[in-house]
Design a protein around this ligand. Structure first.
Ligand SMILES: NC(=O)c1ccc[n+]([C@@H]2O[C@H](COP(=O)([O-])OP(=O)(O)OC[C@H]3O[C@@H](n4cnc5c(N)ncnc54)[C@H](OP(=O)(O)O)[C@@H]3O)[C@@H](O)[C@H]2O)c1
Length: 338
């Protein structure tokens, strides 16, 4: 049994992490929720009771086996090395460590053995990358993907608690006929689609888009080209992605469906005759990456289109981190002797 800390425990992902640990019956002897010092002493709900929040900081990790971090990149840059130096293994949800060559970046369905190289910190990929790669990996193994063109339709919860509160507030303002106030997003997000997530970088793409490129190379294959467009939409929970792949080998559509049907972490939901395809609302609170609308692309020699939806707070963040913890346990991690 392990002592597990959740850092950023009062946030959107932290809350989901605690729920996911509970749902999956992770072998926990003590849950240690942590947040900013001002929140120390607050309570979080866990297994029918309440657990007090500890201030994250120097000395806080001395009794921790695994620390699941979801407190943002600034906090992770400072706190993850402290936690690792105090003997905890960090699974970090932020972008802080993902591209560090000494830090494994892991999707358990895609590159589970990468965890073996960790030196105290393991990174959880970006939510959009995770669901894209869970769906692409079985097709890459069978047909060798050369290029991915992806457009995302990302929920506001990807921006955390403040972003969710802004969409809810704008819905209330609209219903009451009030002026709609904008602060978290660059435009009104209610009834809108904004092609801008994170900051713009020199090549005209956004940082969110470039994360999908670089993380795909690190996790799955540096030879796969990725052409991304990331869009925020007025949805609370669940990212959707339109994915077009071009492969080296010819794709047999029926076989591709069979491969996805048995792929770990994937749920095929694809029968247009019965209007069966995934939407964000269908996937709310679910663990799987849902795939539908599979069609061969007749405009290229070997191509396929698909629609991929997953709960960004669950597989896109909390579940993937907890699965990395499960991998560590499976690979023989011993609880520390204090
Ligand atoms: N939401 C997603 O879909 C998603 C997916 C993948 C990865 N992530 C990543 O996960 C991280 C958290 O995201 P979120 O959506 O949960 O954001 P959030 O709702 O804003 O939650 C962040 C939590 O961390 C706390 N925090 C901030 N600084 C801290 C510190 N120094 N020590 C301890 N706690 C601290 C915050 O407290 P205050 O609010 O009081 O500052 C808040 O409770 C981000 O790096 C994000 O990029 C999110």
């Amino acid at each position: 049994m392990y002592r597990v800390a959740v850092v950023g425990a009062l946030g959107a992902v932290g809350t989901e992490m605690i729920k996911t640990l509970e749902d999956r019956n992770f072998p926990i002897s003590t849950l240690i929720p942590m947040d900013i010092p001002e929140m120390a002493g607050k309570k979080v709900r866990y297994r029918g009771g309440e657990v007090e929040v500890r201030a994250a900081g120097k000395g806080a990790f001395k009794d921790v086996d695994i620390a699941l971090f979801s407190a943002g990149a600034d906090a992770s840059l400072v706190l993850a090395p402290i936690a690792a130096s105090e003997g905890a293994i960090v699974v970090d949800n932020s972008s802080a460590w993902r591209m560090d060559p000494g830090v494994p970046l892991v999707v358990p369905e895609v590159n589970p053995d990468a965890v073996d190289a960790h030196k105290g910190i393991i990174a959880n990929p970006n939510c959009s990358t995770i669901q894209m790669l869970v769906a692409c990996k079985p097709l890459h193994d069978a047909y060798k993907i050369k290029r991915i063109v992806v457009s995302t339709y990302q929920a506001v919860s990807g921006g955390g608690g403040p972003a969710m509160r802004e969409l809810a507030a704008q819905a209330g303002q609209y219903a009451r006929g009030e002026e709609i106030k904008v602060s978290v997003f660059p435009r009104q997000i209610l009834f809108n689609a904004i092609p801008h997530i994170d900051v713009f970088v020199d090549n005209g793409y956004t940082k969110e888009e470039m994360k999908m490129v670089h993380e795909t190379h690190k996790i799955m294959d540096p030879a796969v080209e990725v052409s991304p467009t990331a869009v925020r939409v007025g949805v609370f929970r669940g990212h959707s992605e339109s994915i077009n792949i071009e492969t080296e080998k010819p794709i047999d559509l029926a076989e591709a469906k069979r491969l996805l049907e048995k792929a770990p972490g994937v749920k095929l939901m694809d029968d247009p005759s019965r209007l069966l395809y995934p939407t964000a609302l269908d996937c709310d609170g679910q663990d799987a990456v849902f795939v539908g609308r599979l069609r061969t692309d007749p405009t290229v020699p070997n191509g396929l289109n698909m629609w991929v939806v997953s709960d960004n707070l669950r597989k896109g963040a909390a579940l993937n981190a907890v699965q990395i913890g499960e991998l560590l346990v499976k690979k023989g991690l011993k609880p520390r002797k204090l």
